[in-house]
Design a protein around this ligand. Structure first.
Ligand code: G1P
Length: 300
């Protein structure tokens, strides 16, 4: 008998964080709205979800996050001005974000951690597997990751996380996975997880990066998850419970990502993302690259 399965269509984007690493820029502007070249960081993330076939997007927001809702909504006043001017190029750019996906919003209320943010999505998600995309992680559109994770989830069931090998000295900044190989080079089975371990306690240098495809069983586990590292309800802890007791909601697999990723929540990486993406842009790139070359060779 063939089992008919609904394709994963829902993406959850936690976006309630305060963005303190970018103060004062984020005093009155959500960190997700900071531009990477000329698009807010969050738009890249929504575009990534849509490209992977997930066009139902739930953002978990908090106070001071109204600009996020406005960005993905129509702006009739601005559109009318551009129509009157006959500026179709800019009109298309304005409409791009409102035509992108079906957007939904829920507020987290108390900032009790990433696990708690994901739990806020439970009523919207229901009982189907779903994806979680963390807004601080920008995955280069030319190195698709999420679509591969959806494939792996459809093949193995359970949950799938994204992993990247990092310098062992950096592992304390991430969730860290203990893994076993599978027949696929880029897929591992996750046997354990620990949130931001001291390097001495880290079972590997496989860091969890901000893409997840989760079995809805994670909600039940999150409801039982006690606050962990930093006094917050950690998604990593719930996934550790799933990885160690597959009966709870299937296995946990990891897709090992070797492509380009930027942590736009880190000021250095944010700058690197802007420089790199600007260099590669057809419209801005040629002139900017030329300037950059001169700047590096003559002025530094
Ligand atoms: C979160 C997760 C962590 C993961 C990281 C990826 O941490 O808790 O497991 O490695 O995202 O960016 P945060 O960076 O939000 O503290």
């Amino acid at each position: 008998m063939t089992q008919s399965r609904t394709r994963i269509s829902k993406a959850v984007i936690p976006a309630a964080g305060l963005g303190t690493r970018f103060l004062p820029a984020t005093k009155a502007t959500p960190k997700e709205m900071l531009p990477v070249v000329d698009k807010p960081a969050i738009q890249y993330v929504v575009e990534e979800a849509v490209t992977a076939g997930l066009s139902d997007v739930l953002m978990v927001t908090g106070r001071n996050k109204r600009p996020l809702e406005d960005h993905f909504d129509r702006n009739y006043e601005l559109e009318e001005v551009l129509v009157r001017k006959g500026d179709e190029t800019r009109l298309a750019r304005v409409q791009e974000s409102s035509d992108l996906a079906t957007m939904h919003y829920v507020r987290q209320g108390d900032p009790k951690g990433l696990g708690h943010a994901v739990l806020c999505a439970a009523p919207h998600v229901g009982d189907q597997p779903f994806a979680v995309l963390l807004g601080d992680d920008l995955i280069d559109a030319r190195d698709p990751l999420l679509a591969r994770m959806v494939d792996v989830q459809e093949r193995h069931g359970g949950s799938v996380i994204a992993l990247m090998e990092v310098d062992p000295a950096q592992i304390h900044l991430y969730g860290c996975a203990a893994v076993k190989p599978t027949v696929d080079d880029d897929v591992v089975q996750v046997t354990g997880l620990i949130e931001k371990p001291d390097p001495a306690d880290a079972p590997s240098n496989y860091a969890v990066i901000g893409r997840y495809v989760l079995d809805p069983a994670v909600f039940g586990v999150l409801r039982e998850t006690e606050p962990g590292r930093g006094g917050e309800i950690q998604l990593t802890d719930a996934l550790q419970a799933l990885a160690s007791s597959p009966d709870l909601g299937g296995p946990v697999h990891g897709v090992v990502f070797k492509g380009r990723r930027y942590d736009t929540g880190d000021r250095g990486d944010y700058l690197r993302a802007i420089v790199r993406l600007a260099c590669e842009r057809e419209d801005l790139g040629p002139e900017f690259r030329e300037w950059l070359r001169r700047y590096v060779t003559e002025e530094m």
